[in-house]
Design a protein around this ligand. Structure first.
Ligand code: ZN
Length: 423
């Protein structure tokens, strides 16, 4: 089974799209406002089901343009956001607030029931009873899509391009044949996003651009934030600057997502080439969130997107019929010598063992030991072969912003820096 989201341009007139998402926001706001009102007056934290009933009741005299289940989705939005806040607070981040801002627009969601039919490359989306259905022409690469496979359709305003796009969530229901007979270990790292080995050969997936993008993003955001403090809150310049910040962040997110997909794809294609049927990944969820480290390391850890790459590896593996075990403890995997089994904390990218004198690539040591722990419940049973490098994103010979180093810090090179990062 594989679930994928396809995105394509939306050609609805913008006022039609605006109206739909404004209506979704109106319902979302109503649920949120009622929730806080009841909490303020009576100290009662309304449950999701009750809030929905209450909203249905209050709203029964306001005719909505949306399909009944699109209304449900808008109502559920507030409690979904609360859930996220709960989860983040549970992880110890007390600064996360529960949603309280009213929205002007909100993504409209059609559940499977809201998709009326798909025929001849046209998808019909239901609105409220009595209203004409929306007709969405599918792009040619989605010609095969049918109603049963369509799990959800979303009308999303893309902040970066300032246009509406459709997101179609598809479950093709295909169970892929199990693939491969070997096991490989994967180490997700910060300098090199992924290293993989089956004990005989190794591959390090390198991506300087990903790090460069993160550094550039932090720098630029710091500078925008500094400018923001100079303007009066809510003034026109302040609002413009804030919009620019949002747009910039969305652009960065898109670039990052693209790179992460390519990295995960590289790992899976290596696994396929080496007939790997199971990938063991280190469990990094318990890694320090960066607290207590230096400021620089803290930023690195905070931006480290191992969560996303891990997710992408999992679903690309599932598509290829490769199993994934991501519960292997990472403890000491990067510190144990694959040759003599003694522990040593490596400095830099090369693991030089002080006990036996042998040298290995640090990330491959991690991957080999994860593999060893998965198969034998102990470390050091697999060698760490000399890796081959793969660069799924970096353009050869192109200077990334990270390489411009000192130069980039002076103002006149700002433009070059931006060009290099592709903005
Ligand atoms: Zn050793």
């Amino acid at each position: 089974m594989s679930i994928r989201t396809f995105q394509f341009a939306c050609h609805l007139p913008s006022d039609v799209a605006d109206d739909l998402n404004a209506e979704s926001a109106r319902i979302y706001n109503a649920v949120m406002i009622e929730h806080w009102r009841i909490y303020r007056r009576h100290g009662i934290w309304l449950r999701q089901g009750d809030a929905e009933k209450l909203n249905d009741c209050y709203d029964s005299n306001i005719p909505s343009t949306l399909h009944a289940h699109s209304i449900d989705a808008a109502q559920q939005g507030f409690y979904k956001a609360c859930k996220t806040t709960h989860a983040l607070r549970h992880q110890g981040d007390e600064t996360v607030r529960f949603p309280y801002w009213r929205k002007n627009y909100r993504t409209t969601v059609w559940k499977n029931t809201g998709v009326y039919e798909i025929e001849n490359g046209v998808m019909q989306l239901s609105l409220a009873r009595g209203l004409e259905r929306l007709r969405v022409r599918l792009p040619s690469h989605l010609g095969w899509l049918n109603k049963a496979q369509t799990k959800e359709v979303r009308l999303v305003f893309d902040v970066a391009s300032r246009r509406y796009i459709w997101h179609v969530v598809v479950d093709d229901g295909i169970e892929p044949e199990p693939f491969g007979e070997f096991v490989a270990g994967v180490d997700l790292g910060e300098i090199h996003p992924a290293a993989i080995t089956d004990g005989r050969e190794a591959c390090v997936v390198s991506c300087r651009e990903l790090r460069a993008l993160n550094q550039y993003r932090n720098k630029r955001i710091a500078s925008i934030d500094a400018q923001l403090t100079r303007y009066r809150r809510g003034s026109r310049r302040w609002r413009r600057l804030r919009a620019r910040k949002a747009r910039f962040l969305t652009q960065c997110d898109h670039k990052q997502r693209d790179m992460e997909h390519k990295i995960a794809r590289e790992v899976i294609s290596w696994a396929q080439k080496h007939r790997v049927g199971l990938i063991a990944i280190g469990d990094v969820r318990d890694i320090a969130d960066g607290k207590g480290l230096g400021r620089v390391s803290q930023q690195k850890i905070a931006n480290w997107s191992h969560g996303t790459i891990r997710t992408y590896i999992k679903y690309k593996a599932a598509e290829a019929g490769i199993q994934v075990n991501d519960k292997v403890s990472e403890r000491y995997t990067s510190q144990t010598c694959p040759a003599c089994g003694q522990r040593h904390k490596p400095r830099g990218r090369i693991f030089t063992c002080p006990h036996c004198g042998r040298q290995f690539h640090r990330d491959v040591v991690g991957a080999a030991n994860i593999l060893s722990r998965y198969e034998f419940h102990e470390l050091g049973r697999y060698a760490a072969p000399e890796p081959k490098y793969r660069h799924p994103v970096d353009v050869r010979g192109k200077r990334s912003p990270a390489d411009t180093g000192e130069l980039a810090r002076s103002g006149e090179n700002r433009v070059r820096l931006e060009e290099a990062a592709g903005f």
